[in-house]
Design a protein around this ligand. Sequence first.
Ligand code: NIG
Ligand code: FE
Length: 414
Amino acid sequence: MSLLIHHIKELIFTQEKPKAFYAGSEMSKIPSLKNAFLYIEKDKIIDYGNMEKLPSAYTNASQQIDASNRLVFPSYCDSHTHLVYPSSRELEYVDKIKGLSYEEIAKRGGGILNSAKKMAETDEAKLFDDALERLEGIIRYGTGAVEIKSGYGLDTENELKMLRVIKRLQAHSPLTIKATFLGAHAVPQKYKSNPSGYVDIVINEMIPQVAAADLADFIDVFCDNGFFSVEDTDRILNAGMKYGLRAKIHANELAFSGGIEVGVKYNALSVDHLEYTGDKEIELLKNTETMPTILPGAAFFLNMPYAPVRKMLDAGLPIALASDYNPGSSPSGNMQLIQAMGSILYRMTPDEGIFATTINSAYAMGLSDTHGSITRGKKANVFLTKPMSGIEYMPYSYGDNKVETAILNGIIVH
Ligand code: NIG
Ligand code: FE
């Protein structure tokens, strides 16, 4: 199978030797090529260049697309989701509108615990079918790689169940999928008066079984007020590390929780949310391998303070953006909307928004060698836009789906 996309108005984020991620002022200009071609064989990008230099051999490609007036982007990489879940939670959302906070809802047995109760009653087949439908939805919006977390099981049986569903999704979906074990998402009701008893179960029962069945790439902890303490997080990440599970953690969403600090201590691949980030946290993150990841959907939906992204970028930090797709705090996996929020709510330029939703978010799930830019030898995950003037239109037109054609593994899937 070969595919030639020709007369591309602008091919976005061409990079011969891309870096693993881009930080600060490196994110100010996205490299691109006007009047370009992109040539794909099987599931790989083989070549790209200017139309005037199109090798004649490529015109024999078995499939050809005329991309006149259209831009071609590397597919979005969404490095933080909880998209395997039993059901939506719109009733809680109404409580939220009436003024209850995320923590108050959680205290009343709502929130994550509500999903955990339903998880125990839902079988693997239904979880799989519903999640596959959500994956099809995000493909239509331009996503090509996604991380999915467990964390609505909150007991060994149901955490393993969720991770098995993610494994089946990996085999069935054209998306590249990474799995994260998030046993420490909330303390179950049963352990309310003995949270460290639950942490013991996570460490002594869940982690060894998850690792033995090779069900996860990463380990996550919700390190925040009312959830897991820095000490709990430290213990869990330490245990995960022994099984080769690198950390990607929920940090500083509800308070200055110490989450960023413990994440950096364990060389986490990413620390995510970061609404509560001050000068101290910015200093801690400098010159580390930990990707600061912002989840604009959650801050927007929960009406939370916004992370100081402009300040972080100006201090030279990298930023990744992800959707946090989940039933409680961000019921959407639309990365075009996330990129637009990056611009509207966090003052990121269109160029910065592209770096943050492609290569940097690929890095945040260990995929930047193969995904996140138009590079020879990388996975042929790209999308064609509808006719448009230039990259600025992507965050500007925040309510529309601008993806016309999605190509994953070199195959047109939408
Ligand atoms: O990333 N912050 C913790 N966990 C999720 C929310 C999950 C839920 O409410 O179901 C988040 O926002
Ligand atoms: Fe999350």
